[in-house]
Design a protein. Structure first.
Length: 480
């Protein structure tokens, strides 16, 4: 059977970096194995669901490029893919366990269970359901069912065994003592099934081969393994990922303001960079490479290089990876991605010559939205630019240089960064200025600083009319 993984979020808000990292690892594992990635929505806890929650999850995953082969919006052979629509399937599985004697109705009321819990507080033993209803006769069960209220349904944990063993692809062989397990509830008295039961039924029906999730779910695994066994189906391969902590070292949580995928999108991070960064949270490339394309991630991904230690979000590392991906983008694509973020009211000249502007600033960008942080370099405050230019013009040598470059630019037939850079150097040779004596006065007159992008790229970005205006010392003309 080919690899089949799943991502099963609850529609309780937008995805934060911790839970979407799980989606990334599952998607990569399925794509590398030529298998299927299934999206399932766990929406049975209606009190926590938020309006638009499912729609937001789908938007986040699509933006990252995590396509799914089966899911609530695309359907598939194992539909439905929302837990709220799978009640009949859960009831059938409960009935199968009842018929096989692997589950039983429990008529204990909460007050009785609460008294048992209070009685056990003084000792060191973990409170376990005492099994009071496990061995009721069929007649007694029928009588109590007729009298009401509706009973709980509990799973009958096997007796006479020491524990439950699982093989985890990250943490190895793990044994859970049976003393930590009681006859847990699989269906509540109101008819709703519990998480540990529903996910097993879903994973069986959807033929999931690999259950890859956060280590916080490890404590659920022995119960789920027992349900797989009781339903007569093989357990999937389990892999539990290390916890993702925030930059402050605390566990990520929607309630604690963890960064969401939607926020990173709004901040201008390219989706491939976010995907790349998330893949590195707890995993390392065989050659220790860190900047990877989508295809390279698929080819190299695997569970064998996932560590056991918690991992921490590093905003500086995310921005660095983002900058590396921006540097690799074709200029045409980069311009298209930067365009929606440009503050056109503040920088009208930038919008008119955006390809040249982006080319001049691209090495400074960590995200698409950062273009507005760097546009003042090419379009500085007019007062500060006038003061800087006045300093340059105070030198007869620099004034002569500016005039010579201005005259050459007015005659230039090709307005590209390469041709303009060549023209400037030729003028420098003619007037005997090279290196800092050539570049510093020109940059200061053009952008108000001796440091900045390549002169040819500056000139291409601001345009002929604006370049001539700045070199002429004219401050009352509109920027172009």
């Amino acid at each position: 059977m080919s690899v089949r993984t799943r991502f099963a979020p609850s529609p309780t808000g937008r995805l934060h970096l911790g839970n979407v990292r799980t989606a990334v690892i599952n998607w990569l594992l399925a794509r590398r194995g030529g298998g299927s990635f299934i999206l399932r929505i766990e929406d049975t806890d209606t009190s926590r669901n938020v309006r638009g929650g499912e729609k937001g999850i789908l938007e986040d995953l699509r933006w990252l490029g995590l396509d799914w082969d089966e899911g609530p919006d695309v359907g598939g052979p194992h539909a439905p893919y929302r837990q709220s629509e799978r009640g009949a399937r859960y009831d059938a599985a409960v009935d199968a366990l009842l018929a096989a004697g692997r589950a039983y109705p429990c008529f204990c009321v909460e007050e009785e269970l609460g008294a048992d819990a209070e009685a056990g507080k003084g000792g060191r033993e973990v409170h376990r359901y005492p099994g009071r209803c496990r061995h009721l006769s069929a007649a007694e069960r029928a009588r109590r069912s007729a009298e009401g209220p509706a009973p709980l349904i509990r799973f009958a944990v096997p007796e006479g065994v020491d524990g439950v063993e699982i093989q985890d692809e990250v943490f190895g062989r793990i044994s859970f003592p049976m003393s930590e397990l009681d006859d847990f509830v699989i269906r509540r008295s109101d008819g709703r099934v519990t998480y540990n039961f529903a996910v097993v039924v879903d994973d069986i029906d959807m033929e999931i081969t690999h259950v890859v999730r956060g280590v916080g779910h490890l404590s659920n695994t022995p119960k789920q393994a027992l349900v797989f066994d009781a339903l007569g189906r093989p357990r999937p391969t389990f892999a539990h990922l290390p916890t993702v902590l925030g930059a402050d070292g605390r566990k990520l949580s929607k309630r604690e303001g963890a960064s969401s995928v939607a926020e990173l999108r709004a901040e201008g991070y390219p989706p491939v960079a976010v995907l790349n960064y998330l893949s590195l949270l707890g995993w390392s490339h065989p050659e220790e490479r860190e900047v990877l394309t989508r295809d390279e991630l698929v080819a190299a991904s695997g569970l064998d290089r996932i560590g056991r230690s918690d991992t921490q979000v590093d905003p500086a590392k995310l921005r660095w990876i983002s900058a590396q991906h921006l540097a690799r983008e074709e200029l045409r694509e980069l311009v298209a991605h930067v365009a929606p973020f440009v503050d056109r009211a503040r920088f009208p000249g930038a919008a008119e010559r955006l390809p040249e502007v982006v080319d001049a600033l691209r090495t400074r960008l960590g995200t698409y939205a950062e273009v507005n942080d760097h546009l003042p370099l090419l379009f500085p405050d007019s007062g500060a630019l006038a003061r800087a230019r006045a300093e340059v013009l105070a030198s007869p040598e620099s004034r002569a240089l500016l005039e010579a470059v201005r005259d050459r630019l007015q005659r230039s037939t090709e307005w590209s960064s390469g041709a303009l850079g060549t023209a400037v150097r030729e003028v420098g040779t003619a007037v005997g200025a090279r290196g800092p004596r050539l570049f510093h006065p020109l940059r200061k007159a053009l952008i108000g600083s001796e440091d900045g992008p390549d002169l040819g790229k500056i000139l291409a970005a601001i345009g002929r009319a604006e370049a001539v205006r700045r070199l002429s010392g004219i401050d009352d003309a509109p920027a172009v």
